[in-house]
Design a protein around this ligand. Sequence first.
Ligand code: PAF
Length: 275
Amino acid sequence: MQVIHTIAELRAALADQSSAFVPTMGNLHEGHLSLVRQARAAAGTGPVVASIFVNRLQFAPHEDFDRYPRTLARDAELLQGAGCDYVFAPAEQELYPEPQGYKVQPPTALADILEGHFRPGFFTGVCTVVHKLFNIVQPRWAVFGKKDYQQLMVIRRMVAQMALPIEILAGETTRNAGGLALSSRNGYLSEAELAEALRLSATLKTMIARWQAGERDLAAIEGEAEAALRAVGWAPDYLVLRRRLDLGAPTEGEPLVALAAARLGNTRLIDNLEF
Ligand code: PAF
């Protein structure tokens, strides 16, 4: 496996090969590695590329850009073990040699709700860097985790609308034994918070159980879930039941998804469960 820092070197290494690509911000965990293994299976004998780049454009000024862990040496070892061939780890100057004036602006209906509502500009930052990385790597497949459910949808739509010749593959969320979705931000949690964090997926399960038992008072299901978390010290942004298709309000007989974002101490956690 090779660690490459420049666009020119990566393009020369990949030439015209059909690659599978996993974009990341590093500080990798088993969830990322399962995406890399999925990329490995998709690529067959072709190369697997993972990028590691903490993308300033998707962080608001008050967010954790500066303290986001940079762990390249350890990440590279893990990637090698998972079957990655090339790690693309550009410096900020390489990807943004001048202020990025051209941006990819996703449609508000999908990008300004939920995550986009609480993190204005987040999906513009994500789409801009992912589009740029796609242009650099020119992969045949790209793998995104369902853990970032809305991100996966936004990227799928971008690829479809921009007619990019890339197949987007969705990776299942990896959880610890207690059900906590793995996330690079779990590293910010104390021991006590790690135990408490299990409550997020448990609360989503309660919401789903109420819906599946026939309750249709969405405001009550969502509001009571929020209140339950607030009562034990969480600061929820949203706990909602939505249609999988477009994250609109649930409709009968359609596949649904429960989504949550909530702050525990100083750490913002997100999770979702399809049902
Ligand atoms: O999901 C992430 O880690 C990031 O949003 C991504 C897709 C690597 C873009 O910076």
